[in-house]
Design a protein around this ligand. Structure first.
Ligand SMILES: [Zn+2]
Length: 105
């Protein structure tokens, strides 16, 4: 359900990937990996709905495939909106999802 389970504080939480241990909210260097995927995608990781966070690479490793914008939870709100702070790959997914969203109807 969630790619993370912590709220973002003013200084940012020290949130790490469960599998590789890298920080998902680094201080502006490598880019944030802060996002939420659909319940059915998270279910495939064998993690509990609020079991923690995974970086993109480790999430893809658990899924056994590349992540696509369709995997992002479209109802998640601002967390899935593109940000300058996002890692480039994640931002590309968010941009694709956002453009698909606005392209509806
Ligand atoms: Zn990782």
């Amino acid at each position: 359900m969630f790619a993370h389970s912590s709220r973002v504080g003013s200084n940012g939480p020290d949130v790490r990937c469960l599998d590789c241990g890298q920080r998902l909210l680094p201080d502006g260097r490598d880019g944030h990996q802060w996002y939420m995927v659909r319940d059915q995608v998270w279910d495939q990781t064998s993690l509990a709905p609020l079991g923690g966070c995974l970086c993109l690479a480790c999430l893809e490793a658990r899924l056994g495939r590349a992540l696509t914008w369709r995997d992002l939870d479209q109802d998640a709100g601002p967390i899935n909106r593109p940000s300058e702070l996002d890692a480039p790959k994640l931002r590309a997914l968010k941009v694709a999802a956002a453009s698909a969203e606005t392209g509806k109807g």
